[in-house]
Design a protein around this ligand. Structure first.
Ligand SMILES: O=P(O)(O)OC[C@H]1O[C@H](OP(=O)(O)OP(=O)(O)O)[C@H](O)[C@@H]1O
Ligand code: HPA
Ligand SMILES: [Mg+2]
Length: 183
C-alpha cells in the first residue's frame, strides 16, 4: 500500500480542511471588498483536491477554470514551463485567482502569473496550499498560503511523485528511499 512509503504525516485531513475554511473566508472578504468576481483557475493536476476544498467554502459568485502547465519530472525542476492544456474561458480584464498546491522553486508561479498578465488579466492573485521557501530560486510569493513546509519532498492531497500518491487524503513526507530508487 502507498501508505508504507510515507515517512511522516505533516498535515492531517482535519488540519487541511480547517485551514481551507480560513483561507476561503479571507479571500472572499478581500474580493467582496473590491467588488470583484474572480475567475478561479486551478493548475492541474496537483490543485484538484485543494480547489475542491476551497471553492465549496465560497458563497460569493466565482467562475472556475482549469489549466495544465508542467515544469517538473520526478523531483528535479526542468526550468521552462509548458502549457499542456489551456482554459476554456477568457480572463481578459478579469481578476484571476490562481490556485496552486505548492510553491517550490517559484518558477511555475512566476511564469504563469506573467502569462496571465500578458493575456490581459486585470489582476492575478495566488493562493497556494503549501509554501516551501527554502527551495525558492526566483523572487515570488503567493498572496495567500495555507502552510509553510520544510525542505522535504511531500506528497498527498494532490501532490505527486511520478504521478502517484495524489490520492492520499493528507500531506506526508515521502520516504527518500522511494525516489532514490527511482533515479
Ligand atoms: O515552484 P516550482 O518549483 O515551479 O514547483 C511547483 C509546481 O510543480 C508542481 O507541478 P507539476 O509540474 O509537478 O504538475 P502537477 O500539478 O500535475 O503534479 C506543483 O504542482 C507546482 O505547480
Ligand atoms: O515537494 C513536492 N512534492 C510534490 N510535487 C512537488 N513539486 C514541487 N515540489 C514538490
Ligand atoms: Mg507534480
Amino acid at each position: 500500500m502507498i501508505t508504507q512509503d510515507i515517512q511522516e504525516i505533516l498535515l492531517s485531513e482535519d488540519q487541511i480542511a480547517e485551514r481551507c475554511r480560513e483561507l476561503a473566508a479571507q479571500i472572499q472578504a478581500d474580493y467582496l471588498a473590491r467588488g470583484s468576481i474572480p475567475v478561479v483557475v486551478g493548475l492541474l493536476k496537483g490543485s484538484v483536491p485543494f480547489m475542491a476544498e476551497l471553492m465549496k467554502r465560497f458563497t460569493m459568485p466565482v467562475e472556475v477554470a482549469f489549466m495544465k502547465v508542467s515544469s517538473y519530472q520526478g523531483t528535479k525542476s526542468v526550468g521552462d514551463v509548458r502549457i499542456d492544456m489551456d482554459m476554456d474561458l477568457s480572463t481578459v480584464d478579469r481578476d484571476v485567482l490562481l490556485v496552486e498546491d505548492i510553491v517550490d522553486t517559484g518558477r511555475t508561479l512566476k511564469a504563469v502569473k506573467q502569462m496571465f498578465r500578458n493575456k490581459g488579466a486585470q489582476g492575478v492573485q495566488v493562493v497556494a496550499l503549501l509554501d516551501k521557501p527554502d527551495r525558492r530560486v526566483v523572487d515570488i510569493e503567493a498572496d495567500y498560503v495555507g502552510f509553510e513546509v520544510p525542505n522535504e519532498f511531500v506528497v498527498g492531497f494532490g501532490l505527486d511523485y511520478n504521478q502517484r500518491y495524489r490520492n492520499l487524503p493528507y500531506i506526508g513526507i515521502l520516504k527518500p528511499e522511494v525516489y532514490e530508487q527511482g533515479e
